[in-house]
Design a protein around this ligand. Structure first.
Ligand SMILES: Nc1ncnc2c1ncn2[C@@H]1O[C@H](COP(=O)(O)OP(=O)(O)OP(=O)(O)O)[C@@H](O)[C@H]1O
Ligand SMILES: [Mg+2]
Length: 321
């Protein structure tokens, strides 16, 4: 996704009418040459909702967001953003949208403050309007002490935080964020989660992509999992966990997961191997506990199912039924 350099400065404020989704995709398709990268995708995001788009590398998440912002045209289907048809009215819709692209596109020769100022200008804001919001944006990103540092001198995580702050310069109704916390350390990630939750509490709508299942589970009201451009599941995180997994998981780490799998086969309904880990999906954990407890070289963890289990189940992990 690129910046907002072409936004019209005199457009009227546009936001979804009451009851209408803030974002709507109906049967959207996108092809690159012979390859179908988005395949009949439909979903909607209500105002005030946090909606997560999940999928493995190459699933079509960024392409979906680019189509939403009018940066690439769909080959079929209907897209609406804050009640505007996309791509025909994308420039107007984007006045009410903050964008965090997958890869930072800050100007490395400008300072942190100048990047915010320039971006605000794209939205037709006056110098004094932008100056008024810069302190809170710097605080949002915890970059107060770096206001006059050149972007080229910032660490990767600081740049990411600046990109997030920059997306808020126009006080958008809708935030579209492509992997917002990729590259952030755990403290910064928790800080951003807290900030995003406060934006949601203020009624903002968020569409995000992420590879962090904990992020999706903590932030998102609803999720859509896509694979090869197709929707493979949609729902609330807890409902998906219940529907797709629906039991506890025992993870067993050991030198020979195949041998363990063969041994446990009579006692476990379903197992999967990923690398050196054997995942056992158990209604009754006792027989597994009995067999792995105290065994030399073997560690295990019994836990409730989580969204990562759902993701791996839906998008492929070697499986034995
Ligand atoms: N401009 C392009 N031309 C041709 N193919 C493209 C183009 N952009 C994306 N693709 C292809 O479309 C598919 C989806 O790419 P996309 O970037 O949307 O995936 P993604 O889900 O965002 O992946 P990631 O998690 O790695 O960011 C990939 O196969 C990619 O190679
Ligand atoms: Mg992507």
């Amino acid at each position: 996704m690129s910046d907002a350099a072409v936004l019209p400065s005199n457009a009227t404020r546009t936001t979804a009418a009451p009851g209408n989704p803030a974002i709507e995709f109906i049967d959207v398709e996108k092809h690159y040459g012979d390859k179908t990268v988005v395949n009949g995708l439909s979903f909607h995001v209500q105002p005030g909702e946090c909606f997560g788009l999940l999928g493995p590398n190459g699933a079509g998440k960024t392409t979906t967001l680019k189509m939403l912002l009018g940066l690439t045209a769909p080959d079929a289907g209907t897209i609406r953003l804050v009640d505007e048809p996309i791509p025909s009215r994308a420039r107007y819709a984007r006045r009410r949208v903050g964008v965090v692209p997958q890869f930072d596109n800050l100007d490395p020769d400008f300072t942190v403050r100048e990047n915010l100022l320039v971006f605000g200008r794209y939205f037709g804001m006056s110098g004094s309007e932008i100056e008024a919001v810069v302190p809170s944006l710097l605080e949002f990103a915890r970059l107060e002490s770096k206001a006059n540092a050149r972007v080229g001198e910032l660490s990767g995580g600081m740049k990411r935080r600046l990109t997030l702050a920059r997306a808020l310069v126009n006080d958008p109704d809708v935030l579209v964020m492509d992997e917002p916390t990729t590259g952030l350390d755990p403290q910064a990630r928790h800080l951003i989660w807290e900030r995003l939750r406060s934006l949601l509490a203020r009624g903002k709508t968020i569409l995000l992509t992420t590879h962090f299942m904990e992020e999706a589970e903590r932030l998102c009201d609803r999720l859509c999992v896509i694979e090869e451009g197709r929707k493979v599941a949609e729902g609330k995180p807890d409902d998906l966990i219940q529907r797709v997994i629906g039991c506890d998981v025992i993870e067993i780490y050991g030198p020979d997961p195949q041998a363990l799998r063969d041994e446990l086969l009579p006692f476990v309904g379903r197992m999967e191997i990923s690398g050196e880990t054997l995942f056992c999906y158990v209604d009754d954990p006792a027989p597994v506990h009995q067999r792995v407890k105290g065994r030399p070289g073997v560690r295990y963890l019994h836990r409730p199912a989580n969204l990562e289990d759902v993701f791996l189940r839906l998008t492929g992990r070697e499986m034995v039924d």
